[in-house]
Design a protein around this ligand. Structure first.
Ligand code: NIG
Ligand code: FE
Length: 419
């Protein structure tokens, strides 16, 4: 199927093919083409250029996008969108002054989600996840990573990963699955954490491998969760099954998460609400991408990831929604974009790269998505033309995406939220 989109007022993210993550100062320049066309064949971009150089081809359908802007489909490299129920009662507790860690210690948090998920059928989890995914697509997301980690026993972790597999088969967007059995120590292993780690290594990982259910492995390496030593054991085991690490690190403290992630060649270390000079230095000698999750800092009142310090050190920065029922119940990367500008002092252009090309790098998908380059998927957001890119994060709280196209096809999603 050959398609050409013409008369595009402006098309952003037209990087040359072969670009990897943009580092430091490179993040501030977004390449664009005015009065452009984009051609694709079987969902893959084959040509981009200016209308002056456009010549129609036989047997190709033409769609005029006069006056519209195109930006690449957004890439959400860190979500927990398969869950059984919202946790608004904990929201109330925190409004009244309890911290995230205090709520968790009182039986809330991840263990609360695990209890509910174990009681929920695979079918129900799938149905609810579909609605959430459609809302994310309506807000421009065309690639998403989804983690397990609310099962915390073999059957329930497999149940979550099978839901993710079914989502992969049912949606046209790109989905990557991450195994996060080490999200918390389940209540039944409270006094025997080594036994739970053994269960992950000896039972969960082989079963997941057998069914080919995961692309990556994650560990919540933080105060009160998993230590760097435990994380090392788990990442080594994951690597034996070909699962590259992408880990939760330094959300609650400076706990050595960045260092252990880098040591095991993590694609990304995510959170970094706590991140000092030693962490920055460690990242400078690695290919690991630091990923900030400003929705979590906003929702939990935590410090924001020091994106400016990371960029000043010449590092690439990516951002993700961390969409989950406990610390970041917002699925929109447009909100992430706005928070990055207002709270992390990232320029609109820097934050744009953090949710497109650099986010693709955090999923090892630079060859497939994150920019409107020849050879990549024709995944893009159509929006009304504006005087400036900055107006997207500037007008926060509204949906700027009129239509998401995935592999050249329009995808409609519900505009109203019923999460
Ligand atoms: O990324 N920090 C660990 N995991 C999630 C929160 C999980 C939850 O509270 O349900 C996060 O913030
Ligand atoms: Fe997370």
């Amino acid at each position: 199927m050959n398609l050409v989109f013409t008369d595009i007022a402006r098309m952003y993210g037209t990087h040359p093919t072969g670009h990897h993550a943009l580092k430091g100062a490179q993040m501030a320049e977004v390449p664009f083409i005015d009065h452009a066309f984009l051609r694709c064949s079987n969902g893959i971009i084959t040509e981009t250029g200016i209308m002056e150089q456009f010549s129609p081809e036989v047997q190709e359908s033409r769609v005029s996008l006069e006056g519209k802007w195109l930006i690449p489909g957004l890439v959400d490299s860190h979500t927990h969108l398969v869950f059984a129920a919202a946790r608004e009662e904990e929201f109330r507790m925190r409004i009244k002054g309890k911290s995230y860690e205090e709520v968790a210690a009182a039986g809330g948090g991840i263990l609360n989600s695990a209890m509910k998920l174990r009681q929920t059928s695979e079918e129900q989890l799938f149905e609810d996840a579909c609605v959430r995914l459609q809302i994310m697509m309506a807000h421009g997301t065309s690639t998403v990573e989804i983690k397990s980690g609310y099962g915390l026993d073999t059957a329930s972790e497999l149940k979550m990963l099978r839901v993710i597999k079914k989502l992969k088969e049912s949606f046209p967007i790109q989905i990557k699955a991450t195994f996060l059995g080490a999200h918390a120590i389940p209540a039944e292993y409270k006094t025997n954490r080594t036994a739970y780690i053994r269960l992950i290594v000896e039972e969960m990982l082989p079963a997941i491998h057998q069914e080919g259910l995961a692309d990556f492995i994650d560990v919540f390496c933080d105060r009160g969760f998993f230590t760097p030593e435990e994380t090392a054991t788990l990442l080594e085991a994951g690597l034996r099954y070909g699962l590259r690490p992408k880990i939760h690190a330094n959300e609650l403290g400076l706990t050595g998460g960045v260092q252990v992630g880098v040591k095991y060649g993590a694609l990304s270390v995510d959170h970094l609400e706590h991140c000092g000079p030693e962490e920055v230095e460690c990242l400078r000698h690695s290919n690991t991408i630091p990923v900030g999750l400003p929705g979590t800092s906003y929702f939990l009142g935590l410090p924001y990831t020091p994106a400016r310090a990371l960029m000043d050190a010449g590092l690439p920065v990516a951002l993700a929604s961390d969409f989950n029922p406990g610390s970041s119940p917002g699925p929109s990367l447009q909100m992430t974009w706005s928070l990055a500008c207002t709270q992390m002092k990232m320029l609109p252009e820097e934050a744009f790269h953090a949710i497109t090309l650099n986010a693709a790098a955090a999923l090892d998908l630079c060859a497939d998505c994150g920019s409107l380059s020849v050879g990549k998927r024709a995944d893009f957001c159509v929006m009304e033309g504006k005087p400036s890119l900055a107006l997207i994060p500037y007008h926060f709280g509204i949906n700027h995406v009129a239509q998401l196209y995935v592999m050249g096809r329009p995808c409609s999603g519900p505009q109203a939220s019923s999460l």
